[in-house]
Design a protein around this ligand. Structure first.
Ligand SMILES: [Zn+2]
Length: 414
């Protein structure tokens, strides 16, 4: 693997001098280990986020190439019920608001296993998914979602546009953070969008990350973290106007931005945009001091979580994990939580069964393990799905089991 050494800000090129948070050395969060690799050397990379002093984009240096991330990608969107419901709700809204129908063309960037486009296919809307991970795209094709196995950027956009394939609706959920060359990606979107087309993108909102201590959403595969103001600047630099925005509860608090060509005057900028801009200004989004406060907040979150775990272990209780998401690996590595605290974790994704979490080497089992071992506490690692997980695992209360949510700070649900 070759690291792409970055000289300056991923968007504006300014030299990066201001630390946002330094989470130390950590392995790549999706590199789950098979048993036979446990005794081998493991690669750790700095997990050090900077904030650009010019455009306030929070970012990591890219130590890992997208080729590496996506070659054997373990993340299948369809394993979360609430995320599927979110995707279905989105398709209904787009059909209603923008009249997306049988004559439209919908393109999704990082379309994963077809978790979203399948709902447009059900409505008879022509779609195309663009997905770099071949193993994941193959699952989409089985759901009748045509998928192009490619990285998206200017080049792919030009090829599609040359074939007359431009999008009426161009969307991307949780992909913007994973794009190493932001300018190439957004320029590609400009090229692929029909003159009156609409872009929607969802990404975690940096303000929520800071307010709610979501430091565990920082991992090597997430290169960038956006406020609305910074996202607006990036799209504007490529001729795209953000005309609407919604704040969503997904992934701990996300934004859904709506973009159009700067020249397309048929969609006026909504009050929600002006209101959010004003709120971010008032919250200090364009002041460096706002960002420098975050690092201390993160250390305190770690101390509180360790205090809780130590007390529980001293009382002779058993703790198991639920889930093996990327954010869990950042949390466990940064806090040095290994099998001394967490006996094992479980996950619904069969790809992960029998493997071990990177760095901490916590074993991953199928969810049935919980009933078999009856832990006293279940630490929910994908805390963004806590309601769904607590509901699905309510049976642990039969033996007095309790749920623990680590972020924004340790909270016990009986
Ligand atoms: Zn910058």
């Amino acid at each position: 693997m070759t690291a792409t050494k970055q000289s300056g800000c991923r968007f504006c090129g300014t030299k990066l001098e201001n630390t946002f948070v330094d989470l130390g050395m950590s392995p790549l969060c999706e590199s789950f280990l098979p048993g036979e690799q446990l005794n081998q050397m493991e690669a750790f990379y700095p997990l050090h986020a900077y904030v650009c002093g010019n455009c306030f984009l929070v970012q990591l240096e890219a130590y890992v190439t997208p080729d590496h991330i996506f070659s054997d990608y373990a993340y299948f969107s369809s394993y979360s019920d609430s995320w599927l419901a979110h995707a279905k709700g989105y398709t209904d809204r787009m059909v209603e608001r923008f009249g997306i129908g049988e004559k439209s063309f919908v393109v999704e960037l990082a379309s994963n296993d077809g978790y979203l486009l399948q709902y447009f296919v059900e409505k008879g809307v022509p779609v195309l998914g663009i997905e770099p991970a071949a193993n994941v795209a193959a699952v989409a094709v089985k759901k009748n979602v045509p998928s192009l196995v490619k990285f998206f950027g200017k080049e792919t956009a030009r090829e599609l546009a040359a074939e007359g394939k431009q999008a009426d609706l161009l969307l991307g959920n949780n992909v913007l953070a994973q794009v190493p060359d932001l300018n190439d990606f957004v320029e590609g979107m400009k090229i692929l969008l029909k003159p009156a087309g609409v872009i929607t993108m969802e990404f975690p909102h940096l303000q929520r990350l800071m307010e709610e201590n979501q430091f565990d959403t920082i991992y090597h595969e997430h290169f960038s973290y956006f406020s609305f103001l910074t996202a607006e600047k990036i799209f504007a630099a490529h001729g795209i106007t953000l005309f609407d925005v919604e704040e969503l509860p997904t992934h701990g608090g996300s934004l859904r931005i709506y973009g159009r060509h700067g020249e397309d005057s048929s969609k006026p900028v909504t009050e929600r945009v002006t209101e959010l801009r004003a709120r971010e200004e008032a919250d200090g989004t364009t002041q460096l001091e706002t960002y420098s406060r975050f690092a201390e907040q993160v250390k305190e979150t770690k101390r509180k979580l360790l205090e809780f775990l130590i007390a529980v272990k001293r009382a002779g209780k058993k703790i198991a994990g639920y889930g093996a998401p990327g954010k869990g690996n950042t949390l466990l590595n940064y806090c040095s939580i290994r099998t001394d605290f967490l006996e094992y974790t479980v996950d619904r994704n069969p790809y992960k069964h029998g493997r071990f979490l990177p760095g901490t080497h916590v074993p991953i089992f199928p969810p049935e393990r919980i009933r078999e071992t009856k832990p006293d506490f279940l630490l929910i690692l994908p805390w963004n799905l806590k309601d769904e997980i607590i509901k699905q695992n309510a049976f642990i209360r039969e033996w007095g089991g309790k749920f623990v949510v680590p972020i924004p700070e340790v909270q016990i649900h009986e």
